[in-house]
Design a protein around this ligand. Structure first.
Ligand SMILES: [Zn+2]
Length: 74
């Protein structure tokens, strides 16, 4: 099922597309992947349960990447 990014994700991604370097963005997408149980590795912490992947941060990262691709740096 295709999911459209929400307005909130879109607006955060537009900021990150300017603020983040391509390598920083790639690191987020690499860290936030599903583990064997389908939960996000990047969001795992000792105090809170990891969310089911794709997590919000990955969705934002992916949308940021899409925005960067469609508008090359000036
Ligand atoms: Zn995550």
């Amino acid at each position: 099922m295709a999911r459209e990014p929400s307005d909130q994700i879109r607006s955060i991604a537009e900021i990150l597309a300017v603020a983040y370097s391509a390598s920083a963005l790639r690191r987020i997408l690499l860290e936030h992947t599903a583990d064997a149980t389908g939960h996000c590795r990047g969001c795992r912490s000792p105090t809170t349960a990891a969310p089911v992947w794709p997590c919000r941060l990955w969705e934002i990262g992916k949308e940021t990447e899409r925005i960067r691709r469609s508008s090359p740096p000036k």
